[in-house]
Design a protein around this ligand. Structure first.
Ligand SMILES: Cc1cc2nc3c(=O)[nH]c(=O)nc-3n(C[C@H](O)[C@H](O)[C@H](O)COP(=O)(O)O)c2cc1C
Length: 387
């Protein structure tokens, strides 16, 4: 770990921008501590609830892998609610243990009841002196409180009232964990900033159904859950980039991070910190150390002395579909020496721009090519490109 990884996030100095997000791997003090010991810059213990909201989550299976056939999973659906540990235990013991890992502690608190309840919770957590920031969880897709949260207006109201109340009552930086279950996040992000939010976490998991067991006709998980892991990265990257371009507020990106390259992508899209959860659930805490060293080596190789050297550099290159459609067309080019005539590209060309010649070798008809790039993506030998 080197100083080049150090970041100032909403005024709090983190040893690196990689955060263990709020979920099962931070379910209590000992678990959270492991995240710190594995190298995370900050850890977010599982969302702490008010006594009134403390609820049981399903204990008859609540995690389901999403995959094609028997292949490696590309996503996961969970029906897990908030921490089932009573507030007193977090206050008396668990937060202190969490802090022992050497990472900053960001307290995720539930913010779905009456704002006074959220404030009372925040005050008690702040009084421990053990946490550095708050993350308001207004966005759990599993909770019944969010049945109507796809309505932007309704979401703005929750975000504004909860953020204002907690900001007025505490002195720590306050972030809002956004929902991705909306058509447009920008107005909600702007409203959160105007209400005093110091940062935004983008985002919580994508509301989903885990799938159907076709032998029994029953759903794998009989309640709607949250979709996480690599499959959601493009969805969350859209939101991170849209908010980063429109609202001037630090962003903690979370969704599908499994490699250091994912972290670099999110920083290039404007994030200041990046959280990960499913990767730790699939690969163990040691993935955090790999993420930290991978990011450090990348920055060294590129000569970046701080993440500010490359934060947001992708944003000016994101354009409108109209401008993109006006770019000069490209056509398929074949590098014959790389091609082994496997024929995979022939199946995916819908424009008759590829064919097998009399000698049995792949050849191109660039004049037919529509420049879609599907053959380029399909070729396992990088023999095709668009020029
Ligand atoms: C099993 C599980 C439990 C979760 N519990 C919480 C939670 O208590 N509070 C919260 O804010 N987010 C919770 N999340 C959402 C994660 O913090 C994160 O937003 C989401 O998993 C996307 O990141 P990922 O793709 O890296 O997993 C949970 C996610 C999972 C998989």
């Amino acid at each position: 770990m080197t100083d080049r990884l150090e970041v100032s996030f909403a005024g709090v100095k983190l040893r690196n921008p990689i955060i263990l997000g709020s979920a099962t791997p931070s379910r209590d003090g000992e678990a959270s501590k492991k995240g710190g010991l594995a190298g995370a810059g900050a850890i977010i213990p599982k969302t702490i609830t008010t006594p009134a909201l403390l609820s049981q989550h399903p204990r008859c299976g609540r995690l389901h892998f999403v995959r094609h056939g028997r292949r490696r999973p590309f996503g996961m659906v969970n029906t897990e609610l908030y921490s089932t540990m009573p507030l007193e235990e977090w206050l008396d013991r668990e937060l202190a243990i969490a802090a022992e890992g050497g990472a900053k502690v960001i307290a995720s608190i539930v913010a779905e009841g009456a704002p006074e309840e959220t404030v009372a919770l925040a005050k008690r957590v702040e009084a421990t002196g053990l946490v550095d920031m708050f993350e308001l969880n207004v966005s759990c897709p599993v909770s019944d409180a969010h049945v109507g949260q796809n309505m932007v207006e309704q979401n703005i109201e929750i975000v504004v009232t909860q953020t204002r109340a907690v900001k007025e009552a505490t002195s720590l930086p306050v972030g809002v964990k956004m929902t991705p279950n909306v058509s447009d996040m920008v107005p909600i992000a702007q409203a959160a900033k105007d209400a005093g939010a110091d940062f935004l976490t983008i985002s919580n998991s994508v509301k989903s159904l885990a799938g159907v067991d076709i032998e029994t006709g029953k759903p794998y998980l009989p309640a709607y859950g949250g979709y996480t892991g690599p499959a959601i990265k493009p969805i969350i990257q859209r939101f991170v980039s849209e908010v980063a371009r429109a609202v001037d507020i630090p962003i903690s990106a979370v969704g599908g991070v499994r490699s250091w390259e994912d972290i670099v992508e999110y920083i290039m899209l404007g994030a200041t910190t990046v959280q990960t959860v499913t990767a730790v659930m699939w690969d163990g805490y040691e993935v955090l150390d790999k993420l930290v060293s991978g990011l450090s080596q990348f920055m060294e190789r590129k000569g970046y002395n701080s993440i500010e050297d490359f934060r947001g550099i992708t944003l000016p290159h994101i354009t409108t579909i109209q401008e993109y459609a006006a770019c000069p067309p490209k056509h398929v080019i074949l590098e014959q020496e790389k091609c082994d005539d496997c024929g995979l590209c022939l199946k995916v060309c819908f424009y008759d721009a590829l064919y097998t010649d009399r000698q049995g070798h792949l050849n191109t008809r660039p004049e037919n090519c529509d420049g879609c790039g599907l053959c380029v993506e399909t070729c396992p030998r990088q023999a095709l490109s668009l020029k």
